[in-house]
Design a protein around this ligand. Structure first.
Ligand code: PTJ
Length: 265
């Protein structure tokens, strides 16, 4: 990995790139995963590389939904395995959910490597190597799913997911929690709860929210979900992006004005 000093103003973002590159070299992440990371970075930039109030509200609702689930399952792909493997294991333990390796560009070798990595980090149950079911409406290997995992889960957490598969899971009447930096993606719009945040921030935040909610009663968790509206949250995210851009540009504009005024005196 390239040495990145932690004083670098873009340290986190550059380290995430290094993790994705390492993931590709180690055979965990697809080449396409590098492009997906670039798209994510661009949206993160627009958000101001922070967890917004709307992302916090979605994270709390997601934690409530996963705590209330009877059979939760968590999907892991090549980007997720490169970026936050230990965090996914922590989530699995927090929500008592299996991790299922579920790849868009599936190769058996990559599935095996990701599963081995998750097991080495202490994951209690890893599925996906021997899928025994198909998600209706999807073609080829993207449809693979496992009984006891995603196939018969009532709530599925899908970080960095493709829109088709998200839609197919919703059609199976599952509740779907997505983590996706693009608030306009089909995944974001189709999911039951969308956390528009970088997975590197969203995963620890979700673990924290679950710990906080565990101090209250399930009735409170249910009330959070009754009040939750994903469309309202996505609208709020769009406003947060616009406000961030406006503040950046007005700052830039006043800096430029100051330079001109200084020159004139
Ligand atoms: O390992 P595989 O074969 O399953 O492939 C994984 C990728 C991610 C390559 C595959 O699922 C894919 O092509 O996904 P998409 O359609 O590019 O969607 C990925 C979504 O995740 C996009 O909307 C990105 O903006 C978003 N994204 C990328 N990086 C991050 C992210 N969201 C949160 N955190 C990130 N770090």
């Amino acid at each position: 990995m390239t040495e990145i000093p932690n004083s670098h103003p873009r340290y986190e973002s550059l380290m995430a790139r290094e993790r994705i590159v390492k993931g590709v070299k180690e055979g965990l992440t697809s080449l396409q995963g590098m492009i997906a990371q670039g798209r994510g970075e661009a949206f993160d930039y627009l958000l101001g590389e922070r967890t917004t109030p709307s992302a916090n509200a979605a994270t709390k609702a997601a934690a409530a939904m996963l705590l209330l689930a009877k059979r939760p399952a968590i999907s892991v792909n090549g980007n997720v395995a490169a970026l936050v493997p230990a965090g996914m294991v922590e989530l699995a333990k927090t929500f008592n959910a299996p991790l299922e390796v579920n790849l868009f560009h599936r190769t058996e070798e990559r599935v095996a490597k990701i599963a081995a990595l998750l097991r080495s980090l202490g994951a209690p149950l890893v599925l996906g190597e021997r899928p025994d079911q198909h998600i209706p409406g999807l073609e080829h290997s993207r449809a693979f799913a496992t009984r006891g995992g995603i196939f018969d889960a009532d709530v599925v957490l899908i970080p960095l997911e493709d829109g088709d598969r998200c839609e197919a899971l919703v059609k199976m009447e599952k509740k779907v929690v997505a983590i996706d930096l693009n608030p306009l993606s089909r995944t974001s719009r189709m999911a039951t709860v969308t956390i528009v945040d970088n997975i590197a921030r969203a995963v620890p935040n979700l673990v924290f929210s679950a710990a906080e909610l565990s101090k209250s009663r399930p009735e409170y968790w249910r009330s959070l979900l009754r009040e939750y509206d994903n469309n309202v949250i996505l609208r709020q995210t769009a406003d947060e992006i616009l406000n961030h851009l406006n503040s950046q540009f007005s700052q830039q504009f006043s800096n430029t004005q100051n330079i001109f005024m200084q020159r004139e005196h």
